[in-house]
Design a protein around this ligand. Structure first.
Ligand code: MG
Length: 156
């Protein structure tokens, strides 16, 4: 059994879609980034890579590579899954946390979980997704950005 941890932050701006776990969420702002800026999926990818001692997402999917411009991060999650499989690892469980003041994410959690489970080829009950606000404090609290944390265990 191995443990991995991931953390990511993206800025919220006008003129971008808000994508979390591959779900487009209706909101006036979206996350800024080279890919679709799916902060939650990025944290999960980093946790998986970390657990397998495979570095981080910047190493595998550099944000200066035009190939990854606006790409769906769920596709990249599938690529990370392949890398883990090559080393003989599979996901045991993942616990994910989105830190955002707005919008309300509860209606989208099930769909996000389904998307991630599909991308990783695991049962839905291996993935737990939570959301919290920061009571108006810090960059997430003011709505300047969103953060995501991920902890995973993998086994072989
Ligand atoms: Mg990121």
């Amino acid at each position: 059994m191995r443990i991995g941890f991931g953390y990511d932050v993206h800025r919220l701006v006008e003129g971008r879609k808000l994508i979390l776990g591959g779900v487009e969420i209706p909101f006036s702002l979206g996350l800024l980034g080279h890919s679709d800026a799916d902060v939650l999926t990025h944290a999960l990818m980093d946790a998986l890579l970390g657990a397998a001692a495979l570095g981080d997402i910047g190493k595998h999917f550099p944000d200066h590579d035009p190939k990854y411009k606006d790409i769906s991060s769920l596709l990249l999650l599938g690529e990370v899954n392949k890398l883990l499989k090559q080393k003989g690892y599979s996901l045991n469980n993942a616990d994910l946390l989105i830190v955002a003041e707005k919008p309300k994410l509860a209606p989208f959690m099930d769909k996000i979980g389904i998307n991630m489970a599909k991308a990783l080829g695991v049962e839905i009950d291996k993935i737990n997704i939570k959301a919290t606000t920061t009571e108006g404090l810090g960059f997430a609290g003011t709505g300047a950005g969103m953060a995501a944390h991920a902890v995973v265990t993998i086994c072989n």
